[in-house]
Structure formats: C-alpha cells, structure tokens
Design a protein around this ligand. Sequence first.
Ligand code: ADP
Ligand code: MG
Ligand code: MG
Length: 211
Amino acid sequence: TDVITLSQLTAWLRRYSDTVTAERQYLTDLDAAIGDADHGSNMSRGMAAAVAKIDEATPESVGAFGKAVGMTLVSTVGGASGPLYGTLFLRFGATGGDATELDAAALAAALRAGVDGVIARGKAEAGDKTMLDALLPAVAELEGAAASGAGLAEAAAAAAAAAEAGRDATAPLVAHKGRASYLGERSAGHIDPGAASSALLLRALADELAG
Ligand code: ADP
Ligand code: MG
Ligand code: MG
C-alpha cells in the first residue's frame, strides 16, 4: 500500500539532518544577507539533536515521533526557527496520533496542521518572506495531489517543486516578520533562509519517498 511508515518518517528526518548539515554554509550565507548568519548552525544543531532523540527514544507512533522531534527543536534551537519548526513537528505528531503510517491524504493533513501551527505561533502570512512562502504552496500541492489520487512519491515530488518555487519567489519580497523585517526595503533581493530550509525539508521527503 502507498503509505509512509514510521521508519520512513525517521529516515526522512535523518536525511534532512544530513542535508541541513551539508547545506549549513548556504543557509548561513542566506541569513548573513538579511539576518544574523546563524540559520545553518541553528538547523544543523537542531536536527542533529532531533535525530539523536529519535535514536534514543524509538517512538512507536507518528504522534510520539512528532512530539520528540518538536520538543527537541524547541529546546535546542534558540533562534526563531526552533520554536517554529518545533511547532510544525508537534502539530504534525498531534494530527498523526497513534498511527504508525500515513497515506497521502493523512500526510497532507498532518503537514497542514503543522503549517497552521507555524502560522499560529509566528503570526506571519503568505508573502511575508518567511518559511511559510515555501511551506504553504507545498502543502497545497500535497493536498491537491492526494485528492486527485496521486501516489505518495509523486505527491511529494510535486510538493518539493512547489516549495522550491515558493523559496525562489521570496527573493523580491520585503520581509514583514522576523529579523529580516528590521531591514525593511533592504531585505528585498535575497532569498529567505527559512524558505530555503523548508524547501530542503520537502525535497528530503520527496527523495526519501522516491526510494
Ligand atoms: P533567527 O532569526 O532568530 O536568527 P533563524 O535564523 O534560525 O532564527 O531563522 C530565521 C527564519 O525564520 C527566517 O528566514 C524566516 O523564514 C523564519 N521566521 C522568522 N520569523 C518568522 C515568523 N514570525 N513566522 C514564520 N517564519 C518566521
Ligand atoms: Mg538567524
Ligand atoms: Mg539568531
């Protein structure tokens, strides 16, 4: 059956941790332009801690997985991205609950809940030049693909492409939330670091599901 299992969710997290560590300088360079040059280290440290937590706790449900990852991110990342990604995983887990695998529709629903959590916590909206500009189109794509009966791998690939387009579309925007907003108009002309790390999150999912 076409589902993502708990072990694939863990593999996704591990792959994402490896990705943000490999792309640490890229994420930090983006943050150097419009923030405080720590997004790469924040994500690398947070995701490595989340992987270590999962290895130690071996969660037996999507809920336990999301809770362990989310709480670890909130407690190990001091920057804005820690509580925001932490909330994403906490809500993802709360929606997955006792399930040990998710089909495309359930995966879309869990990610939607996670993104709604980011909105609730950070009070940003589409076009504010944040991670939401990658996450929102990705979740919409995932929902649409699930509703039209697409397979998980296909749905995740479409979502990753949407996230990457959303990331690129942050470049001309003026930031309205987070540190980059302190720059006002001078924030335009640079890709948002959080949108870049979110696009990597969706790409890691697509790569994991592509097998
Ligand atoms: P900090 O800005 O505290 O140093 P990071 O550099 O790790 O934290 O993360 C910055 C990213 O967090 C931004 O690029 C943006 O995508 C995201 N971000 C900041 N504030 C918000 C918010 N209120 N809502 C959504 N995303 C936000
Ligand atoms: Mg920063
Ligand atoms: Mg910082």
